[in-house]
Design a protein around this ligand. Sequence first.
Ligand code: C2E
Ligand code: MG
Ligand code: MG
Ligand code: MG
Length: 287
Amino acid sequence: RAKEQGRGQTAVYTSAARAAMERRVTIAREVREGLAARQFRPGYQPRISLKTGRIAGFEALARWQHPAKGLLSPDYFGSVFAEHELSIALGEEVIRQAAADVRSWLDQGLECGLVAVNLSSADFSDPGLAVRILRMLEEAGVHPACFEVEVTETVFLGRRTATASSILNELHKAGVSIALDDFGTGFTSLTHLKQYPVDHIKIDQSFVQNLIDDRVDAAIVTAIVNLGHAMGLHTTAEGVETIEQAERLRKAGCDFAQGRLYAEPRSGAEVPRIIRSWSSDRRTSMG
Ligand code: C2E
Ligand code: MG
Ligand code: MG
Ligand code: MG
């Protein structure tokens, strides 16, 4: 009986794995079509200074305005970030549009702060990544110092670490800021902070979620903030959803917060209104 059950489970597992694989293939095909039809655009989520309550920047997150399914987030299409060709094409679409948006905000006299884009480890399979990004920024007429790239530590693993290192150094030398995303999850080795030109640590939302009730999570957040400060890095907490969390983070010395408490990601067309209304009602309750 046990044997039969075991065999049954294997069969279930195999068909589930096959279904997942087929789904990835289908999504990749759909994303290719969506890119060709120019249905992707960045959604911008503000990053707020916990010291001043002001907007310090925005993170550009890929969004898909799907003709039938509506506005989709990476929950639906995120599997493509693992595929070199598609991740590169989608990343390029997001960066190009973000650069053009920044140019237009600056032209309107708006202060958008640092605008961040995400890079996946698949993007680093292109040794010309830095040159390509810098060229897109130049074509849009925005200074590299207006931009930040967010990478996770998976970029520092595997065979291409030398390429990743030189790409990040190239971007950093040109003035692009480097953020370590989802910090504290995965393979966090503190030597990464020493070996790569990191300016900014983004504390993963999983630690923020239970910050109030879980003493271990609270201790981890405080330790990351202190480590960041000792190294001269900025710290941002991701996924901040409540005032209690924001207040606790501010007391712990965290520099910035990002999350639904402030705003969901919004289209580029909505950003000018966000910047204007934010500075006029001066949400300084945080500090
Ligand atoms: P991430 O860079 O860590 O982005 C943070 C995620 O948290 C975003 O999910 C954001 O919408 C979500 N979020 C924002 N506020 C809250 C909150 O208050 N609570 C919670 N629970 N979540 C919140 P999203 O937009 O679905 O993106 C998921 C991931 O997909 C991103 O994680 C990033 O790794 C990746 N991604 C997004 N756009 C791009 C892109 O253009 N290129 C690449 N390579 N990756 C991207
Ligand atoms: Mg990110
Ligand atoms: Mg993150
Ligand atoms: Mg993430």
